[in-house]
Design a binder for this molecule. Structure first.
Ligand code: GZL
Length: 320
């Protein structure tokens, strides 16, 4: 082998060594992830936060965490602080769909990748985030609608009241869309009242009380965009002297423990699962994006649906 060729091979080998040691350094370097959580509004959110915190602890990822009390301005402030702290990756569950472009452009300018968890955003520039790890909320709404059409017992008009999630949030918009899309196939099923309960038990109870008064208790079905609002509404139904799960069919979403307890007590009929245990997928996505891997724009979560007859058996298996 000529001298020149030997020098070239040696140079490449050294460069290769440097690259792999640099690569090795990158792999060993402890990742710092800044997470801006929506709040602590529901059992689902509590389980989501627990999954993220426990996973990052287990995976040796340094987690900076903030709770925005369901306010977008607080999430934006938290993202800005993560940019200033030069974290390796930012993740957040957008409380509402719009208004994120300015702060995400700042993250892009700082060369910090952004991962969405749980909820999606509307943006003019999809390159502002790497992937969204979360559910298909429209399909969750369709599942609720299909269950109702297939299982409702009784003739004539079916008067439905709807407790919507947080105004402007992806789950509220999409769960409504999916449900309406399915029930329009049978016009006797009508949503007579629809209002936000902001995903909380307290608001769910308050709005259900108003629905019962306004409709003079003539309600056949409650469709709640999450179990917490359904559980609050169940209290209102009982205080009105009616039997939840019997006089008024109760449909929820999330499949949290509280829903299984209500179904086992005969007070709720069905819950559509929405998996909050996103920690492992988030840790994997953070590692992948920092290793330069291409990620799909949407990383779907796996989920099912549970009815009252399954509740008692399934309750001990529930992780959240
Ligand atoms: C759904 C999540 C929703 C839950 C609610 O992925 O965004 O927010 O359904 C929670 O319980 O408040």
């Amino acid at each position: 082998m000529s001298f020149t060729r030997r020098v070239m091979v040696a140079t490449l080998a050294t460069a290769g060594l440097a690259l792999s040691s640099f690569g090795a350094l990158a792999a060993d370097k402890k990742i710092t992830l800044g997470f801006a959580q929506v709040g602590a509004e529901s059992e689902w959110r509590t389980a989501n936060t627990k999954s993220i915190k426990e996973t990052m602890e287990k995976e040796g990822i340094n987690l900076k965490f903030s709770d925005a009390q369901q306010k977008q301005e607080n999430q934006i402030k938290a993202i800005r602080s993560y940019i200033a702290q030069k974290v390796d990756v930012i993740a957040f569950a957008p409380v509402v769909q719009t208004g994120w472009d300015p702060v995400l452009k700042e993250a892009k300018a700082a060369k910090i990748p952004v991962i969405l968890t749980d909820r999606n955003i509307e943006t003019s520039d999809p390159s502002l985030y790497v992937t969204m790890i979360g559910s298909d909320f429209t399909e969750e709404g369709r599942k609720a609608g299909r269950w109702l059409l297939e299982n409702y017992k009784g003739d004539g008009d079916v008067r439905i009241v709807e407790l919507q999630g947080t105004v402007g949030s992806a789950p509220a918009i999409e769960r409504k869309k999916g449900f309406d899309e399915v029930i329009k196939a049978q016009p006797r099923f009508k949503v007579v009242r629809s209002q936000t309960g902001d995903f909380t038990r307290a608001k769910g109870k308050e709005v259900m009380e108003a629905f019962l008064k306004a409709e003079n208790n003539k309600i056949n079905v409650l469709y709640a965009h999450n179990d917490d609002m359904a559980i609050g509404a169940i209290q209102a139904i009982e205080e009105a002297g009616l039997k939840p799960g019997k006089d008024i069919i109760v449909i929820g979403v999330d499949a949290v423990k509280g829903a299984f307890e209500a179904m086992a007590a005969g007070k709720m009929n069905v819950t559509v699962e929405c998996n909050p245990l996103l920690g492992p997928q988030l840790a994997q996505a953070a590692r992948d994006v920092l290793a330069g891997k291409q990620l799909p724009k949407w990383t779907p979560t796996k989920e099912s649906m549970y009815t009252a007859d399954q509740a008692a058996k399934e309750l001990p298996n529930r992780k959240y």
